[in-house]
Design a protein around this ligand. Structure first.
Ligand code: FMN
Length: 194
């Protein structure tokens, strides 16, 4: 079987982001599992704040189309998000909303959320690890047609969670991470068979 193509990105553009750090760890782990993994930063795809007037006047921005094509060309997508006031950061919500406006690429249909499988993670310096953002993100993705695996990771105390090799220290977080990524891989295989 060919290696599943998996896209990983953090929902933060902050320098020194703990969610970017967790994305890097996830990317490394997926590569060890022999997935064909791509990690991107939303810093490379700057977007205006979504407005229907803007879309009607100027159409869908090229960076949105680039992201929609990336989504559609991967079978699995891992979103690693900060928690802001118990919910999604505006950068991530804006990105998801813009991409949800894409239904075609030229004269070809393009469905960026349907048909690929999402896994969710969050990192926070606090003790809850961003656990409250994850159901919000899950609901949004499911409502626009994505399949989201049930396993998820909320990494608490993210500033002290790594060893000096940038691996998660052994323990429950590391176990959960490996378990969810294995399931993402399994779901990929399942989808291919279907
Ligand atoms: C507006 C705002 C709201 C926040 N709300 C929460 C929160 O509800 N729960 C939490 O664990 N951390 C919260 N934080 C702290 C973030 O988890 C912290 O800034 C984290 O470093 C952001 O992720 P990043 O490093 O990947 O950018 C908040 C931060 C900001 C700026």
């Amino acid at each position: 079987m060919t290696a599943p193509k998996i896209l990983v990105f953090p929902g933060s553009n902050r320098s020194g982001s703990i969610n970017a750090q967790l994305s890097a760890t996830i990317t490394k782990q997926l590569a060890l599992m022999e997935a064909d993994v791509t990690r991107i930063s939303l810093l490379d795809y700057p977007l205006p704040l979504f407005s229907e007037d803007l879309q009607n006047e100027k159409g869908i921005p090229e960076n949105v189309m680039k992201l929609a094509r990336l989504f559609a060309s991967h079978q699995g997508i891992v979103i690693v998000t900060p928690e802001y006031n118990s919910s999604l950061p505006p950068l991530l919500k804006n990105t998801i909303d813009w991409i949800s406006r894409v239904s075609s690429d030229g004269d070809r249909p393009l469905a960026p959320y349907r048909g690929n499988i999402f896994a969710l993670a969050a990192a926070s310096g606090g003790g809850l690890g961003g656990i409250r953002v994850l159901p919000h993100l899950r609901d949004i993705l499911v409502s626009i047609g994505a399949h989201v695996i049930s396993e998820q990771l909320a990494l608490a105390g993210a500033h002290n969670a790594y060893d000096d090799q940038e691996n998660l220290k052994p323990g429950r977080s590391q176990d959960l991470l490996i378990h969810s990524l294995k399931n993402l891989r399994y779901m990929q295989g399942h989808e291919f068979i279907l």
